[in-house]
Design a protein. Structure first.
Length: 505
């Protein structure tokens, strides 16, 4: 029987009323297992109204109240992490260990939110002039929204709403309609932890719901993670409607491998970073730049490792990589591999046409490895978002850096080398927001911020960390002057009251 996923508004499940539903498939079987409600403009309005009403009290609640809820929430998430991961595997397809890792990374931001008291302390300068003090404080924005992608249906929402509500905002989450169930469980657990009704709402939908949030006058800010074209649209549309926006876009992450690098370590890193989560992550390494004469040996080592990766259903403990999210996406990824040879690449591994026995209707694709890829080929220029690794060749370090910096994307990058001087130069010269040194996926821990440069980010704020706190609050500076008690009018006693004996009481 097909499951139904409805909205979560005002602290309870609200049945979809638009009459529009979206299919949710099990990527391992291709079968439709769930239908998800697609919200109308009126349903989005109802969620915003619930959030606005809740903000009247939550926005002025004490830090002690907020953090008490968040600590309870963290405990519930920890206890239910297997259940959350199971929902991710069932609807996204990633293997259970990857899904558990996603929940763990989301929990980091919940833990950061638990410490919001130190993030919101503000600043004070005393005696800037005679009896004048200046204080800088941060206050919540109001109703804020998050629009999140299919590839991390639990982690990316947790990158947003825990910090937002910890800062005193109320939140509307519009998750991907491709794998919606994890979002509802996150909201239900928040309610169980004591988050007041209306503080966190989940509205499912498509472009109708997205545009309603972007245009709604009571939504103060929008967070987004997704592809670059949609990030640009989100930023342009929401900004035109007077909203604060952080829109994280796509990526083409490079890994520069210098001749002195440990090639076994580099090959291990390339395989895990390119093919983990089936390549469906914005921090995947999709382009390896081999410098000097090491290219052939490095490609051989990557191929040897890639051929051993076991592909299968995400709930099979022996599987190391699962299927792609939809058949349409699988076919699109395959088209890049099929066209690579005609555009000059050497197809070392061709994963198209791969199937798994007993699961022939699943959205399967194998691992693909393309060597000697040119920078003007489609496989290099586009974000493929699948298990396809391109290898490019560069003669020198300088050539490699120039190649990477010419990319319109600037999300993350890495260098593999034993030379500290080269690594230091790379950190300073590379044009990307996140840099790894012998670390293939340089995703920052929760108390540092995540975000790229160039076409990988639209807006001024990165996500979570200090930038996240600043995004979900606005600064206010208060200048005060109080008269000195010695200047009080005669006859006014500002001292302690005295008892009947005349002595201080």
């Amino acid at each position: 029987m097909t499951k139904t996923v409805n909205h979560w508004i005002g602290g309870k499940t609200v049945e979809g009323a638009s009459g529009n539903w979206g299919p949710v498939t099990d990527p391992a079987t291709g079968a439709v297992t769930t239908r998800v409600a697609l919200a109308s403009v009126e349903e989005v309005d109802a969620a915003v109204a619930a959030a606005r009403e809740a903000y009247a009290t939550w926005g002025t609640s004490s830090l002690a109240q907020r953090t008490a809820v968040l600590f309870r929430y963290r405990a519930l998430l920890d206890a239910r992490r297997d259940d959350i991961a199971a929902l991710i595997t069932a609807e996204h397809g990633k293997v259970h260990s990857d899904a558990l890792g996603e929940v763990a990374r989301g929990l980091e931001i919940v833990e950061l939110a638990c410490g919001i008291t130190t993030q919101l302390k503000g600043e004070l300068s005393t005696q800037v002039s005679s009896r004048v003090d200046v204080a800088a404080i941060r206050q919540p924005l109001g109703v804020v929204a998050g629009i999140t992608p299919f590839n991390f249906p639990a982690m990316v929402p947790m990158w947003m709403f825990p910090l937002a509500v910890a800062c005193g905002n109320t939140f509307i989450l519009k998750p991907s309609e491709k794998d919606p169930s994890a979002a509802n469980l996150l909201a239900e657990l928040a309610s169980e932890a004591g988050l007041p009704d209306g503080v966190l709402n989940v509205v499912h939908g498509d472009k109708v719901a997205v545009d309603a949030l972007l245009e709604h006058p009571d939504v103060a800010a929008v967070s987004f993670v997704g592809s670059t074209p949609i990030a640009r649209y989100i930023h342009t549309t929401a900004s035109a409607n007077g909203k604060r926006v952080q829109a994280l876009g796509g990526a083409k992450n490079h890994m520069l491998v210098l001749p002195d690098a440990d090639l076994d370590a580099a090959a291990d890193a390339a395989v895990s970073a390119a093919y983990g989560s089936a390549g469906e992550r914005c921090m995947a390494i999709s382009a390896v730049v081999a410098v000097g004469a090491i290219g052939d040996e490095l490609v051989d080592k990557i191929r040897e490792r890639a051929e051993k990766i076991k592909i299968g259903p995400g709930n099979d403990p022996t599987s190391e990589m699962g299927p792609l999210i939809t058949a349409a996406h699988r076919d699109k990824v395959a088209s890049y591999v099929k066209g690579a040879g005609a555009q000059g690449a050497e197809v070392v591994l061709d994963g198209t046409g791969y199937t798994v026995d007993g699961f022939e209707d699943g959205h399967w694709i194998g691992l693909s490895l393309l060597d000697k890829v040119s920078t003007d080929s489609d496989a290099y220029r586009d974000e493929i978002f699948g298990p396809v690794l391109c290898v490019l060749r560069a003669e020198t370090y300088e050539d490699g850096v120039a190649l990477i910096n010419a990319s319109p994307f600037g999300n993350g990058t890495a260098i593999f080398t034993r030379d500290g001087g080269a690594a230091r130069r790379f950190q300073l010269e590379i044009e990307a927001g996140m840099v790894g040194v012998n670390v293939p996926i340089p995703v920052p821990v929760g108390y540092h911020s995540f975000g790229g440069w160039k076409d990988s980010l639209f807006g001024d704020h990165h996500i979570y960390g200090n930038d996240g706190v600043h995004f979900y609050t606005r600064g206010k500076v208060v200048t005060t002057r109080w008269p000195d008690p010695a200047d009080a009018p005669a006859g006014v006693d500002l001292g302690f009251p005295r008892n009947h004996s005349g002595r201080c009481g």
